[in-house]
Design a protein around this ligand. Structure first.
Ligand SMILES: Nc1nc2c(c(=O)[nH]1)N[C@H]1C(S)=C(S)[C@@H](COP(=O)(O)O)O[C@H]1N2
Ligand SMILES: [Mo]
Length: 414
């Protein structure tokens, strides 16, 4: 019996699934907006910058409340200074539509596999749990992570940097599930649907698709566990798609429908929403429109300073310790360089252990500081593909794919 069999028996057995499914009370989605946990300043340039902290959501510790219903909960940057795996109770939450099931009957639950397949399926959770399991470390990052830093401001959730998290996901290969049903030769894409619904019938149900080769690449996963625990309901219990290296718009939560398509998906969420400029770095001149677009796809290199907060006071010494996390995007991190002089000179940081190329990589450095005063600290990641973060921010109307070198200004005191 391996560690996953134990997980299956103790955490994903029928009783636990039932309990887990019942964990999100209806009151939590409609109840008090936030407790007395205070506010946080996200340092957003274009508008109101403070947000309340909340502990009102079941299974979640203190989170930044971006919106109550449907919930948008952001992870405070300081959380990323802990383990490279983001704890489940601090993992960010994002839903498009407000009709989110507050309980899941795990015995009645079925995952449909239909469309261009030889044998349509209606799988129980037990059927899924019988398939070969694997695990993968991967960052789930919202396409609009850091949107609140766009200048000029763009519509959408005004996230700072905490619409992301890294977890060790356990599940089954999407390919294995597709093979059970037998994909027909004419298949070109696979569309994923879920249990959440819009409140009004005219609104488009949330569905996303991947092309058939991507869907069958052996890495795209139907996950039932996250960091060794069943998925929190707000993060997609009982099953979610994990698409390593790609933005989380594709990571469909509460997945209950897999439809193999014989033609490309022309639905709203693929053809209209989550489109980026078809330009290098998804960048266009501020205010532009009418440019060619493409569906958002792979992630790119980023890095963050997490050991020091914006505006933090640090006593002077000739060198100051600075640390944080980096990601390569859809590949690993090759190096991280750090600057304490606004980008004039760069020093290599020491990388922490590699816990999977799609996950966060810890880095640490000591930077020289000549004299007390304001010091602009920067980190710059270069991926295994040789992509280095640009110094200048991009702009696009969706506020997607921010990935430039970020600056943390600290006050070094005498
Ligand atoms: N069913 C469903 N899945 C979904 C969404 C949704 O609205 N409904 N939103 C997507 C988007 S845009 C994001 S950023 C991630 C957020 O994942 P998390 O809430 O687990 O952090 O879920 C994705 N999967
Ligand atoms: Mo997102």
């Amino acid at each position: 019996m391996d560690q996953f069999d134990a997980l299956l028996a103790t955490r994903l057995g029928r009783r636990r699934l039932l309990q887990g499914g019942a964990a999100l009370g209806a009151g939590a989605l409609a109840g008090p907006a936030f407790g007395a946990e205070g506010t946080v300043d996200l340092h957003l340039p274009g508008g109101p910058s403070t947000r309340p902290m909340t502990t009102a959501f079941p299974g979640k510790g203190p989170m930044i409340l971006q919106r109550m219903r449907p919930p948008l909960l952001e992870t405070p940057l300081s959380v990323f200074n802990g383990d490279v795996f983001t704890p489940n109770d601090r993992f960010f939450v994002r839903w498009h539509w407000a009709d989110i099931p507050t309980t899941v009957d795990v015995n009645a639950f079925r995952l449909a596999v239909r469309g261009e397949v030889a044998k349509p399926l209606s799988l129980t959770l037990a059927d899924i749990l019988r398939l070969p399991r694997f695990e993968i470390a991967a960052i789930n990052q919202c396409s609009g992570n850091s949107r609140g830093l766009f200048q000029p401001r763009v519509p959408g959730a005004q996230w700072a940097h905490g619409a992301m998290g890294n977890a060790l996901w356990t599940g089954v290969r999407l390919r294995d599930v597709l093979d059970l049903a037998g994909v027909r030769p004419g298949a070109v894409a696979v569309r994923f649907g879920a249990m959440d619904q819009p409140l009004v019938p005219e609104a488009p149900d949330f569905t996303k698709s991947l092309n058939i080769d991507h869907a069958r690449d052996g890495e795209v996963m139907i996950a039932f566990a996250m960091n060794g625990e069943q998925l929190p309901l707000l993060n997609g219990f009982p099953l979610r798609l994990v698409v390593p290296g790609w933005y989380s718009t594709y990571w469909v939560k509460m997945l209950n429908d897999i439809e193999v398509l014989a033609a490309p998906d022309t639905g709203y969420w693929m053809a209209k929403a989550y489109k980026i400029p078809d330009t290098p770095g998804a960048n266009v001149a501020a205010g532009s429109s009418g440019f060619p677009t493409t569906p958002i796809n792979r992630m790119v290199a980023r890095s963050w300073i997490t050991s020091l907060a914006e505006g933090q006071r640090v006593p002077w010494s000739p060198t100051i310790a600075v640390g944080g996390i980096a990601m390569g995007g859809d590949c690993g991190v090759a190096r991280v360089d750090v600057s304490a002089d606004g980008g004039k000179t760069w020093l290599p940081a020491t990388l922490g252990p590699d816990k999977g190329k799609y996950g966060f990589r810890r880095w640490d450095a000591r930077v020289p500081v000549g004299a007390p005063g304001m010091v602009a600290l920067q980190a710059r990641c270069t991926s295994d593909k040789g992509e280095t973060q640009p110094l200048q921010p991009i702009w696009n109307p969706g506020g997607f794919m921010r990935a430039n070198v970020e600056t943390t200004t600290i006050m070094v005191t005498a």
